[in-house]
Design a protein around this ligand. Sequence first.
Ligand SMILES: C[S@@+](CC[C@H](N)C(=O)[O-])C[C@H]1O[C@@H](n2cnc3c(N)ncnc32)[C@H](O)[C@@H]1O
Length: 261
Amino acid sequence: MDPREQTEFFYEMFDASLPRLGAGNEACTMQAIDTLLPAISQGKGKAAHRPMRILDIGCGNGAQTVWLARRVDGSILATDTHQPYLDELRRRAAAAGVTSKIQTSLRDMHGLNEDDGPFDLIWSEGSIFIVGFREGLAAWRSLLSPGGGLAVSDVAWVRSDPPEECRKFFDEVYPGMTSVAENLAAIEACGYEIIGHFTEPESAWWDHFYRPLETRLRILREKYAGDPQRLAVTDSIQMEIDIYRKHSAYYGNQFYLMRRR
Ligand SMILES: C[S@@+](CC[C@H](N)C(=O)[O-])C[C@H]1O[C@@H](n2cnc3c(N)ncnc32)[C@H](O)[C@@H]1O
């Protein structure tokens, strides 16, 4: 496969029709909102008294965008680099009756800059790893108004003694992955106050992400039964799922809630 075919096949696996494109669920998004919003309101006091300006980075097909729109008084700029995800987000927003609160934009997170802001709240579920945890925190701070809130979720080690198979897998697919404690230190170092953090439950991986994805992989294995290259790629994604099935005690999807100092 050439690079274009690889990208096309990646998006065929992670199709816009999947419930979501990373670990998470409505209860976790709501817990994060309900933890962070009072802290923002207490901060500079501004966000509490007017509709908030919110940026959703790497929004994908928008599961969390729609939940945010339902819960928060404000307008959301939802950004991603894959137009079919944004189209699906718009369909979901229409079904939920929140179209007027959401604007979509085909934007690379590497190109966001101060001119895009300031935002009262930045949300990014499962996407900060694309720029790197610390790098994302540092870059996005300048997009926030003083006292503005940032919510990110990312995979982190919750134990320091993962089995060799698990450690090796992440050394290859996410060499920058660190522990929750290291990420909390990075948050402080990047000029934020930590408001809270929690590990998402295992159901947040299985119910709306890994199980539907496994179904999709089965369909693609049949479709591409005679295509060893595409089969190898589906195997690599299946391996990620199997690693979680075996080693979920050692790492988790962690939500971090913070306020710009
Ligand atoms: C793991 S998914 C998370 C999507 C969604 N937030 C969720 O939790 O379901 C990562 C998302 O980041 C998007 N993405 C990848 N590279 C990007 C970039 N450079 N700028 C913006 N978005 C990007 C992908 O298209 C994908 O939708």
